[in-house]
Design a protein around this ligand. Structure first.
Ligand code: ATP
Length: 363
């Protein structure tokens, strides 16, 4: 097993800076999810690691091996980096059988026959595809094809596997199953996995640690999923992970109010947030809004949707619509609120951030 280290990686496409002095360590035998919005540079980072493109600065290490260093002019070719890869579009060869697909990278590495057979058998067992050796990809479901791609990555490297949106093309149930399988496979063999996604739900289910990139390709937080959810480093992380609502705040006569057309006092709000003179907002996650009839913050239930394990409510508070999510078990315990009903609201774990600047124009 090996850790993966990116040190001060800079990369441009033309004039456009995609990664600037980007550093990240993926610890050995862990699943690290690199999460960020579309276009932020995740795949670019993976391509640097695999050796498909060359950063302008920095170094990349896989365990003790330096696979790239701009300063020392090291640039190990992709096939000698020994990194397993699973891409979104499966990338299994359509004209090769399952077994031939799995043997392919080992043949390229010129491995001996017995070792190839042993590894292929083991990888097929790990992804539960024994019995499908002679099937062509066209005879397999999307999930089975993806398992073949994982088996092929496993035989390429038992040290490091990179997965770039590997389950995006699968239906919801299969996605869930594949996440479980990736977790079980990783647990059994202890491979280091760098998992790239813009799907925060998948990341939360899968990872040991999460790295969050913002739109500009900066690493804005690195931590266990609890850290990211409970202690978001900034507004971007708070908004990107989980479902959140934002409400404008004002202060009057030393007291803070939510301003939603009508003003509701917010007694727990620390007044020092107004010290900078900036407009402030309160962010609260949808599952951190509780119904409490004793609360003076009065709102109206516009709609209620049952989603199996949770209820989704759309609530009108003054001139704002809020989304509230409640666990189905809590609803069973405390009772469902009905459309049209008036409710009192209580905000748990609110966060305070400067308001975003409104963009002008009609665009
Ligand atoms: N070959 C290329 N030439 C020029 N620009 C590119 C090229 N490949 C990617 N880009 C640009 O680089 C930026 C980063 O792309 P990248 O594919 O790394 O993003 P990403 O975070 O992986 O996005 P997604 O989640 O949508 O896959 C984007 O603005 C993209 O348009």
């Amino acid at each position: 097993m090996a850790d993966v280290r990116f040190e001060n990686i800079t990369f441009h496409y033309g004039d456009k800076c995609i990664l600037k002095n980007f550093s990240l360590t993926v610890e050995e035998s862990q699943i690290m999810c690199l999460v960020g919005p579309s276009g932020c540079g995740k795949t670019t980072l993976v391509r640097c690691l695999l050796g498909f493109i060359k950063p302008e600065t920095g170094a990349i290490y896989v365990g003790d091996r330096c696979v790239f260093s701009a300063k020392d002019r090291i640039d190990v070719p992709p096939e000698r980096r020994h990194i397993g890869v699973v891409f979104q579009d499966y990338a299994v060869w359509p004209h090769l059988t399952v077994l031939e697909n799995i043997l392919y990278p080992m043949k390229k590495m010129r491995m001996n026959r017995d070792e190839m057979a042993r590894r292929a058998k083991h990888a097929l067992e790990q992804v539960r595809m024994v019995g499908y050796e002679n099937h062509l990809p066209s005879q397999l479901s999307g999930g089975q094809q993806q398992r073949v791609a994982i088996a092929r990555a496993l035989v390429s490297s038992d040290e490091v596997i990179v997965m770039d949106e590997p389950i995006t093309n699968l239906d919801a149930k299969l996605r869930e199953e594949m996440l479980q399988e990736i977790r079980v496979i990783q647990h059994d063999i202890g491979t280091t996995i760098l998992y790239i996604t813009h799907d925060q739900e998948a990341a939360l289910q899968l990872c040991d640690r999460m790295a969050i990139m913002d739109y500009e390709g900066n690493l804005c937080q690195l931590g266990a999923d609890e850290d990211i959810i409970l202690r978001p480093a900034n507004r971007f992380v708070f908004e990107f992970i989980g479902v959140s609502n934002f409400l404008s705040l004002v202060q009057q006569n030393g007291r803070a109010y939510i301003d939603v057309g009508e003003k509701y006092p917010l007694d727990d709000c620390p007044m020092d947030i107004f010290a900078s003179g900036q407009k402030m907002e309160m962010g609260v996650r949808s599952n951190d809004i509780a119904f409490d009839n004793t609360s003076p913050i009065r709102a109206k239930v516009r709609s209620s949707v049952f989603l199996g394990s949770e209820y989704n409510y759309f609530i009108q508070l003054g001139n704002r619509d809020l989304r509230v999510q409640q666990n189905a078990l809590d609803v069973i315990q405390h009772g469902e609120v009905k459309e049209g009903q008036e409710v009192g609201l209580r905000f748990l774990q609110p966060r305070y951030y400067p308001a975003k600047e409104q963009k002008g124009g009609n665009a």
